[in-house]
Design a protein around this ligand. Sequence first.
Ligand code: AMP
Ligand code: ZN
Length: 491
Amino acid sequence: MLIYNSQTHKKQELAPIEEGKIRMYVCGPTVYDQIHIGNARTFLSFDVIRRYLMYKGYQVTFAQNLTDVDDKIINRANETGTTADAVAEEFSAAFIEQMRRFNVLDPDIRPRATQEIEAMIDMISGLIDKNHAYAVENGDVYFSVRSDNHYGVLSGRDLDQLMAGARVEENDLKRDPFDFALWKAAKPGEPSWPSPWGDGRPGWHTECCAMIHRYLGTPIDIHGGGADLIFPHHENEVAQCMCNWNTALANVWMHTGMLRVDGDKMSKSLGNFYTLKEVLDSYDADAVRLLMLQTHYRTPLDFSYERLDGAVGTLERLNTCVQNLRWAAERTSSEQRALDDTDRTLAEVIDQTRAEFVRSMDDDFNTAGALAALFQLVTAANTYLDQTSSSVACSVAVRAADTLVELCDVLGICVGTSGDELPEGLVGLAAELVGFDGTDAGEAATVLLEARGEARANKDWGRADAIRDGIAALGLAIEDTPAGARLRAQD
Ligand code: AMP
Ligand code: ZN
């Protein structure tokens, strides 16, 4: 299985540190507001990477922090007349809720910066002892980038180059403009903790490194984040780990491409963002996922609502195919029959799809290729359903449906479930119109559709229409498919 390592700029064979196990860490959000769909793209990409590694049989331990103390949180608290704690609490809960709505699996370990102060103080003390960091008179502590001969190893730029290109925060207390704060002295009214250098709070770059060391041990197998974190955040994480523990932080560094709007990176500061919440309030999480996974995780993704509408249609195609396959299989008479050429062709496409899905995902998690394979199966299945009369669709149809559901699930996309949610009102309707005496909505639906089919065959249009209208009143439409009629939610 090949993974692209952004440190070496090459794809490399996945070689877990401990056989059969993967330890991975993805930098979490700063919880000062709702996350936007750019952030969500990064979290989704690593969710799919994690899911696929699990599908391949690895035991994955996934850690992700919450940055719950930061200037942005403090500013937001000041603006809204509340406390930094209250802001962090509100948006940590919001983040967790929106991630679950997006079907992103919870991390196994979710450390919060404010709960890890001791580990960070230990690490900073170690760096001071080893002359890689220094405290200044106001109580700040800085990491000395010039003390680290390897600085720049991740982003591939040396300090002098960086110095020429980058804008850095001016600060007279630092010995070098690229030195970064490990500990920030408390300002009046800000959250703070006691430390050997006076009251203060940790710097952002400090937390991930200390947490990874504490919860996963270094080096880990995979460290991830958006490409905008490579420098300086990840470079600074690497430096602290190497200087304090003399180990690399991660074997493989994975970075996602940016989600863009009209060519610009989506970001809070540009104001060109949509929150994940507002998008999920209007669109199915599966459609948003599908849209994002149609682009490889390292490639920039241009977002627009037109493209999202397109993904809604694509998802619908997938769902309809699964439902039609199941419907065809359910209507099949129980008599066994020999497989014919049509069945064999579909069976072959199922095997090819599975192989192509795995081949694509094994090639640096190529979700676009994996989805293309799934849609090849959708096309083949639709042809199969056109060619196969309802009474003879066979087990291969079930296998095609199950394959689509299973492989979509590996990508965190749920398909084929809507048919399970038939309204209970069907039972009463079937009792009234066709004397149904059962209690199951699915059975009631079958009886009603059969009765409608008979009525139409007998040209009893009044009765057929009454059944259709009763069904429509329950919010359902009848879809006549090659494999017979079935119910679906009204558009
Ligand atoms: P932040 O809260 O700004 O640290 O961002 C959380 C995560 O979202 C980080 O991994 C960022 O790299 C990532 N991120 C931020 N903006 C975008 C974007 N436009 N597209 C993709 N990922 C992003
Ligand atoms: Zn981090």
